[in-house]
Design a protein around this ligand. Structure first.
Ligand code: G1P
Length: 269
């Protein structure tokens, strides 16, 4: 079945970006002149979606204002509310009624990709195998504990390769790390994931972890990963956002050259 729906979880409080997020949700903080949310909507369209659902909180009305004008002739954009901060898995389960019995993409807006290649590969993988497929990346050992970490079968080391996921551990302690491969914020799910999320027991902090549903799929040999080398900007921290702004602005035709000239001048003194 073709994948035409993208879900963007955007209900978080953005506490790392206080005081800016008192007034502006972090998903609307600008990457030069474009909100992070718009980059992810554009990526969904490029990957073939004509429907985007933003999961947000009633405490962030400006997300709804932005969504109200984000639709185009190519894409319909709407919101679904997550009424309590109960985790990423819970955010995904909030779209069950709206998505219905269809596959869908989940795109975390804290991560901006250099292009839509990974999401397109995940869609193609799902459309070929019918199995849920997740974006993976190799990182330095010291970074693994900040992510969902996976053990995979028969990884040859090549870029852009599809692998079977055998085990998933969310933010493991250094002693529990299972590989140098981590989950990055792009997932394509078969609708069966909603049943798995229903079975997830809340964590100690009452959250429903998406990773627990992934672990169930992996346990049934129903989860594929694609190890990608796509450029990726993590805008989930203030420093990451600043780097993303500079890197993305440097690539723009309108301001890349003057920004580069200014930086050179600044650091040559
Ligand atoms: C979430 C997921 C984690 C994944 C990460 C990617 O964590 O829970 O498995 O590796 O996104 O960015 P978060 O960064 O929201 O804590």
């Amino acid at each position: 079945m073709a994948v035409r729906t993208a879900v963007i979880p955007a209900a978080g409080m953005g506490t790392r970006f206080l005081p800016a997020t008192r007034a502006t949700p972090k998903e609307l903080l600008p990457i030069y002149d474009t909100p992070a949310l718009q980059f992810v909507i554009d990526e969904a369209i490029e990957a073939g979606c004509d429907r985007v659902i933003v999961v947000t909180s009633r405490t962030k009305p400006s997300i709804e204002s932005y969504v109200a004008v984000a639709g185009t002739d190519k894409v319909a954009v709407s919101v679904v509310y997550q009424d309590a901060p109960l985790g990423l898995g819970h955010a995904v389960s909030c779209v069950r009624q709206v998505v219905g019995d269809e596959p869908f993409i989940v795109m975390l807006p804290d991560e901006i990709m250099g292009d839509a290649s990974l999401t397109k590969q995940l869609v193609a993988q799902f459309e070929t195998t019918g199995k849920s497929s997740i974006g993976l990346k190799r990182v330095a050992t010291a970074e693994v504990s900040s992510y969902g970490n996976v053990k995979v079968a028969d990884y040859s080391g090549g870029a852009e390769s599809a692998v079977e996921v055998l085990q998933v551990v969310e933010k493991p302690k250094p002693a529990d790390v299972v590989s140098d491969i981590v989950i990055i914020g792009r997932y394509v799910f078969a609708p069966i994931v909603f049943d798995k999320l229903d079975q997830v027991k809340p964590s100690a902090s009452s959250e429903i972890q998406l990773t627990d549903a992934l672990a169930m799929l992996a346990g049934e040999r129903s989860l594929i990963g694609i190890v990608s080398e796509v450029a990726r900007y993590d805008t989930g921290t203030p420093m990451g956002l600043l780097r993303a702004v500079i890197e993305i602005a440097l690539q723009r035709k309108d301001i890349g050259a003057p920004l580069s000239a200014w930086l050179r001048e600044k650091f040559s003194k």
